[in-house]
Write a protein of this length. Structure first.
Length: 53
């Protein structure tokens, strides 16, 4: 995701571009008969731990 750096949008009106990186964390995922280590964002981790109705 992109955006602008808030510190550079003062009186000079020159906006510095900034990139937002995803918050990736190491997660153990049950796959097949074993577990696998994957990098997943925190939103995906929340979805994985949610109870399925």
């Amino acid at each position: 995701m992109g955006g602008f750096n808030p510190q550079s949008s003062g009186m000079n009106r020159v906006r510095a571009h900034r990139r937002y990186q995803p918050n990736l964390q190491l997660t153990l995922l049950a796959k097949g008969g074993g577990t696998e280590k994957v990098l997943a964002c925190t939103r995906c981790r929340r979805t994985l731990t949610k109870n399925v109705r």
